[in-house]
Design a protein around this ligand. Structure first.
Ligand SMILES: CC(=O)N[C@@H](CCC[C@H](N)C(=O)O)C(=O)O
Length: 369
């Protein structure tokens, strides 16, 4: 399998969570080209599970790759840029899938004693595929004893690998806030309740949660990434919507943030004479790495001549946290050296990291067996 070609093919067909139909078919087609003697393949929704039967299995080592793209319009200028308008692999899942395929191919040729399980998981960016997948019969029939995953790191040079024992990624919750009030003619503001004004004041108020309601020794983020309101320049809007995300390092802190948002909303309903509804969308549990397995992984990294960098916890979220809540394992960052970061329309990870990823994943599965 040519990893660059596969990555470029996948890069052109990004699909949103639970709609990864072409991606699933493409992955199945590639898997079919590998030696089939030790492989068993199952699909689950738009995801795929592949087990490589071990020679003398005592346990199962799992590797998970997420497969969905983001609703971002690509601006890389790549000749192989996304053919799906308004969608892009801007979080590196094209890399994650390719690396999983590369490691799977190697194990299909030369299996380990234990079973190896490759999980191609839909909907990491939302609404979250990990939790329902873990509850599925398909997953539980092949449930791994250890599981790991990687994420590309644009800010790290190629050849660098980074992680830590314990907390790596934050607890997250999506945030959707709808404002409804009386709209009307732009010339008669006193007869209306302007929802664009209410929503913008609410964004400013939200900034006080982290600065004034959360213990400074805890960490929290409240980001509004999208605001919508009104439909024409001379009409006062009767509806506005904010979309964002909440991140905290402590699972309980997220409840404090939510309670404060709800309190502010009650106050705003009175002062802006409107109604506000809040929806928390999907919530992800923190990514908490098993210390002892990270220590084993560090040895693998160093033995391959790669650079090890102890990571700091990050406010990124990952539904892989649900796997690690129940199954020992870890997640790591793989350096891909891009001037533009994750979720950026110009993200351009260096493809030299693909083979490094394949070798690291293959070697780690062999070492953990
Ligand atoms: C690694 C990464 O970038 N993950 C996403 C996960 C998003 C979860 C959810 N849609 C949310 O925004 O809370 C991230 O944005 O950290």
């Amino acid at each position: 399998m040519n990893v660059k070609e596969v990555r470029r093919d996948l890069h052109q067909i990004p699909e949103l969570g639970f709609k990864e139909y072409k991606t699933q078919q493409y992955l199945l087609n590639i898997i079919e080209t590998f030696p089939q003697t030790y492989l068993s393949v199952k699909t689950w929704k738009t995801g795929i599970l592949v087990r490589v039967t071990g020679k003398n299995p005592q346990k199962t080592i799992g590797f998970r790759a997420d497969i969905d793209g983001l609703p971002i319009t690509e601006e890389t200028g790549y000749p192989f840029q996304s053919s799906h308008e308004g969608k892009m692999h801007a979080c590196g899942h094209d890399f994650h899938m390719t690396i999983a395929l590369g490691a799977l191919e190697r194990l299909a040729h030369d299996p380990i004693d234990d079973h190896a399980l490759f999980v191609f998981q839909p909907a990491e960016e939302g609404p979250g595929g990990a939790l329902p997948l873990m509850q599925s019969q398909e997953f539980n029939a092949w449930r791994p004893d250890i599981i790991f995953a990687l994420h590309i790191a644009p800010e790290l040079p190629v050849g660098t690998v980074s992680t830590r024992g314990g907390l790596l990624f934050a607890n997250t919750s999506e945030l959707f806030i709808d404002f409804a009030g009386k709209g009307g003619h732009a010339a008669y503001p006193h007869l209306t309740k302007d929802m664009v004004v209410a929503a913008s004041a609410f964004i400013s108020q939200l900034q006080q949660i982290v600065s004034r309601r959360i213990d400074p020794l805890e960490s929290a983020v409240v980001t509004i990434g999208k605001m919508e309101g009104g439909f024409v320049q001379n009409v006062i809007a009767e509806h506005a919507r904010l979309e964002g995300t909440i991140r905290t390092l402590e699972p309980n802190t997220i409840d404090i943030v939510k309670k404060n948002i709800e309190k502010f909303a009650k106050g705003f309903e009175i002062s802006y004479d409107c109604s506000i509804s809040i929806d928390y969308g999907s919530n992800y549990y923190q990514v908490f790495n098993t210390e002892a397995i990270v220590d084993q992984f560090k040895e693998v990294v160093i033995s391959q001549g790669l650079i090890w960098k102890e990571a700091k916890p990050a406010m990124t979220g990952e539904d892989f946290g649900y796997f690690l809540k129940d199954i020992p394992g870890f997640m790591f960052w793989l350096g891909v050296d891009s001037a533009h970061g994750l979720h950026h329309s110009k993200l351009q990870p260096n493809e030299d990291a693909l083979q490094i990823g394949v070798k690291s994943v293959e070697t780690t599965i062999r070492q953990l067996s």
